[in-house]
Each structure stands twice: as C-alpha cells, then as structure tokens.
Design a protein around this ligand. Sequence first.
Ligand code: SAJ
Length: 421
Amino acid sequence: KSMTVMGLGYIGLPTAAAFAARKLQVCGVDINEITVNTINQGQIHIVEPELDILVHSTVTEGYLKASLKPEPADVFIIAVPTPFKEKKQPDLSYIEAAANAIAPVLKKGDLIILESTSPVGATEHMAKGLQEFRKDLNIPMENQGKGEFDIYIAHCPERVLPGHVMRELVENDRIIGGMTTKCAQKAKELYEILVEGECLLTDVRTAEMAKLTENAFRDVNIAFANELSLVCDKLKVNVWELIELANKHPRVNILQPGPGVGGHCIAVDPWFIVSQAPEEAQLIRTARGVNDSKPQWIQKKIDKSVDRILMENPNWTFKDVTIACFGLSFKPDIDDLRESPALQIANNVSNTYPGRVLIVEPNIEQLPKDSLHGAKLVNEHEALDMADIIVLLVDHKQFKKIPTRSIGQHYLIDSRGIWQN
Ligand code: SAJ
C-alpha cells in the first residue's frame, strides 16, 4: 500500500513515520521547502521524543520521503492546521488547499482521511470540493449509509498528547467516522496496521464533534477548578485543600486550578462549538471566558503585593521591587511556550514593572527573543536570593522539590498550589 500525508507538522510527520515504519510506502507533503529538505535528509524540524530516530531509519530504508507536491497513492491522510480566526470562525482554507492538491491524482478506490481537528461539517465540505474538481468520480458528500462510491472518505481525529505522541499513536483508541459504512471499514483496516487500541466506528459528523467534545469537556472542568479558586480566595478558604477533600467523594473529581489554559487545542477547540451553536453553547463559552481571564486575576494579585511592599517600605519606589516568575511553559516539564498563560503573565509583569524581573524556567536555555524585554533568566537559587515577590506559574517537578521554608520570607503568589501546605 502507498500513502500520501498532507501536512508534516506535529501530527502529520509522526503519523507518516509510524506507517512508514510498518513498511507502507509513504510520501509526506508540506508547503515548506525547508521542512521537506530536512526530512529528506533524515532529520526533523519539531521536538517530539523518539520521532527523530524513526524518521531517520524510515528515510534511510526508503519507506518515507517528503515532497512539495502530492503523488498518486492508495491512501491520503490530511493533517493540516485549522486555525481559529479572531474567535469568530474556524479557517478551513488549509484543508481546502490540501484537497485541491490531491484532487488531480485521485483514482477509483482511493481512501481519503481527514485527521485535522475540524468543525462539524468540514469533512462533507471537503468532499463537495473534491466532487466539483473531479466530476468523473462518484464521491460521497454526506452520510450515505450503505451506499457505494468510487472514493472512500473518513474523518479520524488525532487525540495524542504532545510529548507522548509516538506511544499514544499506537496505544490510544481511535474514533473513525465514515461517509458510508464501507468508508469507515476501509479506514479501520488501515489504522489497524498501527493502532493497538480499539477502532470505534461512527459517521463523520459524530467523529468531528467527538474530538471537539473531548477538549471542551476538559476546558469546562478546568474552568470549574479555576472559578473555585476565585471563590475560595474571596471566602478565605484554601482551594487546594478543599479540592483534595471534595475529591474524596466517590463521584467527585475536580481538576486543578492554574494560571489559565494554554496549548493549541483546549483553548481553541471549544470555540469551534461556540461558533457553530452560539445560542446553545452557553456553558462552553463561559468556561472559555473563565479560563481566559485567569491571567489578569493573577496579575492583580501581583499588583496588590507590590502595593503592600511599597507601603511597608516607604523609601522604596516601583524600581526597587524584584519579581521572580517561576515557569513559562504551558504545562509542567515541557519546553513548549506557545499559547502559554505563564508566558503571558511574565510578559505582562516585565512590561508593567520598571524593577528587576527574574525568570526561572529550567526547560529552556534562553528567553524568547520577541518578549520579556528586560527580564533575566536565572536559576531558582538566584531567584530566591534576589526576589521580593515570587510568582509560581508552572508546577515543574524541580519547583516542587524546593522546601517551603525557603519561600516563607517572600511575598508568594502560587497559582498552582505547590507550596501551600
Ligand atoms: N490544566 C490545568 N488544570 C488541570 C489540567 C490542565 O490548568 O487540571 C491546563 C494545563 O496547564 C495546560 C492546559 O490545561 O495549560 C492544557 O493541558 P492538557 O494537558 O490538559 O492538554 P494538551 O493541550 O496538552 O492536550 C490535549 C489533550 N486532550 C485531552 O486531554 C481531552 C490531548 O489528548 C489532545 O490530543 C490534545 O489536547 C489535542 O491535540 O487536541
């Protein structure tokens, strides 16, 4: 079997390499020439454990190659981005461009799988575009049950956790939505080459909604924890102790509050649902609002601490206050700073305060060039020595080991509750 994978990003490249490792002839397509050249040299352009070895071996053995243009194949997997434009509409233009690129090389019996996170209806939209282009082929354009067509179309959203992609690609269950029963069956046969989890069959719209639902579920639950942290702060209750106690109930499982929700999925996907059902999706929209406003709430706590220090030290000015931010990444023990609420807060601190701003982030070697002007990357000991205010933003393993007595004499804003007890 031959396969063409459209888009060689965080999902496309690991998927292409995993199938190539199972001896499918895989051609990965990307619009970025540097990406294509890097992969053809057996190297990778993204950070993901175990991926480099796999790409190197599959390219060397001749099972994987990259190209700027798609080649004819038996299976096409589309794994391009679906960004969300200014919180109004998902942008389907990358999916459209990928479908237009493969349309000329399609032949009877081919299978097309959309893996990109998509609003409900996106797979049908893609199929209609293909049918316009290829009037000579009979393409299913909506749920057709037992119908027979020339091309098989399915939606199989990815659900892998960054940092564990190679393992989760194999171990996770997969939801497979087919335009017809046979489309779902064909896609299942393909994924079974790779997946050890269960392959669960449904229609395309349910599969699209399932992916959005999973991430919206997590977002709403994190929002509940974040809202509790605001309520408890007002009522002078320790939210961390409260959650631990409430979670002893056999049917209660509250997540952890934090400085907000980061990453490229959980803070974005719920908007797909809200944009398609704005009247109905009230809770999902409100949850987004709660999580998005958490960084400003932390910022206000920092402002209050600064005011208090200035009151206690009448000779000081803003310039004399040193603030240390612990953690920049969007979640613990990774180096990924994109869409990170911790970075947003640290950046705000360095823009707002004229005093010294220190950053402790053990997972990076230098600060990002386009933000945090004037801030200094230091280790935890230097920060503890110099800072008046400590702002804990990410619960990295390394920070959890710091004894609470060394924090004691500072003003502390602990957004993760690791130094509370
Ligand atoms: N967070 C909290 N409190 C918690 C849990 C998480 O504040 O109790 C925050 C994290 O700090 C982070 C954000 O939420 O800022 C998201 O982190 P995450 O670990 O929940 O998820 P992601 O974004 O790394 O990956 C998610 C996963 N989805 C679900 O768990 C439902 C992953 O399986 C998906 O494949 C991925 O989104 C995706 O690509 O959609």
